[in-house]
Design a protein around this ligand. Sequence first.
Ligand code: SF4
Ligand code: SF4
Length: 231
Amino acid sequence: KFYNSKFLRRLCDMWDHRGSGICNFHGSTGDVIFIGTTTDQLEPTFFDLSHQFDMDLGGSGSNLRTPACCMGKARCEWSCLDTQAICYDLTMTYQDELHRPAFPYKFKFKISGCPNNCVAAIARSCTSIIGTWRDQIRIDQKAVQAYIGGEIAPNAGAFSDRDWGPFDIQKEVIDLCPSGCMWMDGNELKIDDRECTRCMHCINVMPSALRPGVDCGATILNGAKAPILEG
Ligand code: SF4
Ligand code: SF4
């Protein structure tokens, strides 16, 4: 289901042979975009990709764009949805629209398994499907103490190339909660889940201590896109 470096090398060799050798990976338009060739190489490229590489060829014109999703439950423990099943279902259901302009211009579906929204669905699609939960964030209080005591590296060890000093749960987690719904009660971390906006910040910083809830579903957003940084 997931490609490996050997497969990518074969793809690059094919494109060196048939086109410019320049590719764009995981851009807005598709998963792998081959840029620049001569007209007589277009059909052979399609033939190679569909017959020798067994690849799914999407659409990139004024039609429904190939639906895209994060890897979801296949590899990510935070996924609240089976993103790939949804993506596959949408692709099969609207197969004809991938090639004919029945949808509005460049219509896009994108699916993320949790509010980390790794496919940037809100910024990049017309219908975003984003996994969420409606019960409580699961807290492992022992692991919270292990973070506080420095036994577990915050952010799963990211940013460890610099010495940021000892982990400060107040400064790095509680004070950065956008809805201010976290606090320490003695040695226990508390969350008022009714106020939690599912921003994922605390979970991202302390992934061994906090996990999304178990009563999962999706937030579906239809309509205008929102920029990633501002607006
Ligand atoms: S969006 Fe969430 S579930 Fe999907 S890969 Fe990113 S962190 Fe994992
Ligand atoms: S997910 Fe975000 S809003 Fe919810 S408790 Fe954690 S930091 Fe606060």
